[in-house]
Design a protein around this ligand. Structure first.
Ligand SMILES: C[S@@+](CC[C@H](N)C(=O)[O-])C[C@H]1O[C@@H](n2cnc3c(N)ncnc32)[C@H](O)[C@@H]1O
Length: 137
């Protein structure tokens, strides 16, 4: 929804040594370019069918971690650094993670909030989790 979020996430991915997987929508390239100030090439996977790709990652042994406020979620402070290939799944800014992707999650992490807002910006949430998974925080 908000053009700078993908580019912001791409910069975080680069900083922690992760790749960014994006859906095949026509606005994606412009969104990546708008928020990304990096000069060097970055690792972006363009995924034609995100749900199928996620299922394939899981079948191949990746840990699929949802980033979402959820009853069964662990708190960010308890999230260990990733010890194997891990896919962090972020939700849509308005509707969150879609149900068919929720079905593919192995676990979920939430970032505690004490303010008046109901959620964080998706690029902020993703960046915090990526730093944690990378063991850099
Ligand atoms: C703006 S939020 C979506 C809010 C949406 N109204 C909902 O009900 O899910 C966009 C995405 O950012 C991530 N996010 C935002 N705040 C979070 C938090 N406190 N803990 C974990 N993930 C969060 C989730 O991936 C979420 O789907």
């Amino acid at each position: 929804m908000h053009g700078v979020n993908l580019g912001t996430l791409l910069r975080t991915c680069d900083a922690v040594g992760a790749c960014l997987a994006v859906p095949p929508f026509r606005w994606v390239d412009e969104a990546l370019a708008r928020g990304n100030t990096l000069r060097q090439p970055t690792c972006v996977h363009r995924v034609s069918d995100p749900i199928r790709w996620l299922a394939g990652e899981r079948a191949a042994g990746s840990h699929v971690l949802g980033v979402e406020l959820a009853d069964e979620a662990i708190r960010l402070g308890d999230l260990p650094a990733a010890r194997r290939r891990t896919v962090a799944v972020l939700g849509h800014e308005a509707t969150g993670i879609p149900p068919d992707a929720v079905d593919l999650l192995d676990s979920c992490v939430e970032i505690p909030m004490v303010g008046t807002g109901t959620s964080l910006n998706v690029a902020v949430a993703g960046s915090l989790v990526l730093y944690r998974l990378a063991g850099l925080l």
